[in-house]
Design a protein around this ligand. Structure first.
Ligand SMILES: [Zn+2]
Length: 332
């Protein structure tokens, strides 16, 4: 009898310990969620979306962009990314139906491809980047050469933005190890340093061009450079607005002007059809998307991170911001 009582007591004690454990787990989960939220917001505040131009080349409207707005947009983007991206399927190359993490965001007939889109800005010597205060937006040209050598030597296939978008729209598989190289804004060093390296390794790249910034100062590309980049056969051009304007805000007339002017100018100087868009600051909303679609745009790039691209978010494709580490560090 005493033994039974003792064992009952033990069981009750064990039950209490389990309850405590459960409560502790719940507390731990809550703490983790809060921590992730804080980290997401801090990241937005300190690193932004990587689309800022340096102060010395920024037009007025550009540097006056309100930070608070930027932060809330990034938080929204992070949530979207977390809920739509498959985390346990990173080894798959192509998958017509990806297992969604969150069934609420499941898109039944979605078509997805694992195609990392690499996001660069400046490619220049680290010393120059330091002197100009452009370190956070720069990849050293020596490192870039190593990264491109890695792609070439490991059998990676580089394609233009339009190739990826057409593959998603027509549900056509792409070769394994396909990546998209993108360079934002239109910096002079993309011509000086990146183009010869890309030519050396026979790789393709994409320039996300803010046409109003062309020739605005010596740091930016000139139209001559852009023509040469086009005729090299290396570069494809996407619309990044005229003045690097966040098209999620402003009167519709301004949004239209920004998209239409850049499209006309880039088409004039490259002879290429411009129907792919890249959001300045990664800023987009439903109106931005419907405006682009009404103008005939077939796809757009955001700054939401992720290696998978899906038909369901063809107007906010994901990109991986690349720094000075080996590409293998970014899951490439
Ligand atoms: Zn930009």
């Amino acid at each position: 009898m005493r033994q039974i009582k003792k064992s009952n007591k033990k069981t009750r004690k064990a039950g209490r310990t389990q309850d405590n454990l459960r409560i502790n787990y719940r507390l731990l989960n809550t703490a983790l969620v809060v921590l992730i939220l804080i980290l997401t917001i801090s990241y937005s505040v300190f690193f932004g979306d990587g689309n800022h131009l340096p102060a010395r080349s920024a037009p007025k409207a550009f540097s006056q962009f309100p930070l608070g707005y930027h932060v809330s947009l990034r938080a929204e983007a992070a949530t979207k990314s977390a809920s739509t991206l498959p985390k346990n399927n990173e080894t798959a190359t192509q998958s017509p139906t990806l297992p969604p993490e969150n069934t609420e965001t499941f898109v039944p007939d979605d078509y997805c491809l694992r195609v990392p889109v690499l996001m660069y800005h400046h490619i220049q010597p680290e010393a120059t980047a330091k002197a100009l205060g452009q370190i956070s937006l720069s990849v050293d040209n020596g490192v870039f050469a190593q990264q491109m050598a890695y792609l070439a030597q490991n059998g990676y296939n580089t394609i233009w933005a339009s190739d990826l978008i057409n593959a998603l729209r027509t549900h056509t598989p792409l070769p394994p190890k396909t990546v998209v190289i993108t360079m934002d804004d239109g910096y002079k060093d993309n011509y000086t340093y990146a183009l010869p390296i890309l030519e050396q390794y026979h790789l393709k790249a994409n320039l996300m061009l803010a046409s109003g910034l062309v020739q605005s100062n010596p740091d930016m590309l000139a139209w001559n450079d852009i023509s040469a980049m086009k005729s090299s056969g290396v570069f494809y051009f996407t619309n990044h607005t005229w003045s690097h304007w966040p098209i999620s805000k402003g009167p519709q007339s301004k949004i239209d002007f920004e998209i239409d002017t850049a499209q006309t100018e880039i088409q004039q100087h490259t002879g290429q059809t411009v129907n792919v868009f890249t959001y300045p600051y990664g800023a987009f909303n439903n109106n931005a998307i419907s405006t682009l679609i009404s103008k005939g745009y077939i796809g757009s790039f955001s700054t939401i991170p992720g290696h998978y691209q899906c038909d369901s978010f063809i107007m906010s494709l994901h990109r991986t911001r690349i720094g000075n580490a080996p590409l293998s560090d970014y899951g490439i």
